[in-house]
Design a protein around this ligand. Structure first.
Ligand SMILES: [Zn+2]
Length: 316
């Protein structure tokens, strides 16, 4: 994928297969044609979210926008193994501590019981396109959830030894002291929390407080809601543009249907407003966009006609 002279490559780290709550049921979930079009919804109700990042090569920089889920906690634990009747089970201990009843915990455990995660392939994916960690000059995070900052560090040290790290100050301020919901995330996904993951690289983080240019050809726009500092990355060269939407949407359906939201946001109402504003902006614009969890991190466009929005993936 190219935007003028800027080259963009999808770098896959893995996949989360999970159930996610939504504002309304999936339309046509039984239809094979519909599933093929949308690619990430399975007939059993599970959603396949690709993990990874976008390698952006400009004239003189090599930036990675988002960095997958990284390594799991050594000797970690995963929800399918939860033993709901065992008072010493880490899952039970955690949710009891935040005041949940056994029945409520049973419901949560059931919800997460099919969760699977494949992670850790990002280094091999970089290698496959001839890039080694030393080559990457910048890491740019759309937000600071664990599945976007994973390879900021590995084994307690910077994984990209020469990279400057860029993120929104609003996210750093929110997550660095240890946000309450991160405890659940760390447990469910067997992952270090933000202070643990970013601790070794704090001295190389630069933040943005408002919309602006991070590097030539790479601009950021604050789009809060999913997290306090969630941002969209705009790549541009001359008149050509593309957008990396991060997690302001998880699936193209959230762009085509204003009433369909996956309920995974810090501020659901604000996130929904942001999502709808981007849908209006993108509708018929012919700007290629990609969400951070689209199948294979493919780009696509939001088409319009007869008052209806449609999504079309670009040819790979
Ligand atoms: Zn995400």
């Amino acid at each position: 994928m190219k935007v003028g002279d800027i080259e963009i490559l999808q770098i896959i780290d893995g996949m989360i297969i999970s159930r996610l709550p939504s504002t309304k049921p999936l339309p046509n979930a039984e239809s094979l044609a519909w599933q093929e079009q949308h690619q990430m919804f399975r007939p059993d109700g599970m959603i396949e979210s690709t993990l990874g990042g976008f390698l952006v090569r400009t004239r003189d920089r090599l930036a990675l926008v988002d960095a997958g889920a990284g390594e799991a906690v050594v000797g970690g634990y995963s929800p399918p193994a939860v033993n709901i009747d065992n008072d010493d089970d880490p899952f039970v201990v955690h949710f009891q501590r935040i005041g949940m009843s056994r029945e409520a915990i049973r419901g949560i455990a059931e919800f997460f019981s099919g969760t699977q995660m494949v992670r850790g392939r990002l280094p091999a994916s970089l290698d496959a396109v001839g890039v080694c960690p030393e080559d990457v000059t910048d890491l740019i995070f759309t937000h600071l959830h664990f599945d976007h900052i994973g390879w900021a560090t590995a084994e307690g040290a910077a994984f990209f030894p020469n990279a400057t790290i860029h993120c929104a100050s609003a996210d750093l301020d929110y997550f660095l002291p240890g946000a309450a919901e991160e405890e659940t995330t760390a447990l469910v996904y067997c992952t270090p929390n933000v202070p643990e993951r970013l601790g070794p690289v704090l001295d190389r983080i630069k933040t943005w407080e408002s919309d602006g240019t991070v590097l030539p050809g790479i601009d950021v726009r604050l789009a809060p809601g999913h997290t306090p500092g969630s941002s969209v990355i705009v790549l541009s060269d001359g008149v050509d543009r593309a957008m990396l939407l991060g997690d302001i949407i998880h699936c193209p359906l959230e762009l085509t249907d204003d009433d369909f939201d996956l309920l995974v946001d810090h501020d659901q109402q604000l996130a929904s407003q942001v999502r709808q504003a981007y849908a209006q902006e993108l509708e018929g614009s012919n700007i290629p966009v990609a969400g951070a969890h689209f199948a294979g991190l493919q780009f696509g466009r939001l088409l319009t006609g007869q008052g209806v929005r449609r999504w079309s993936f670009d040819d790979a």
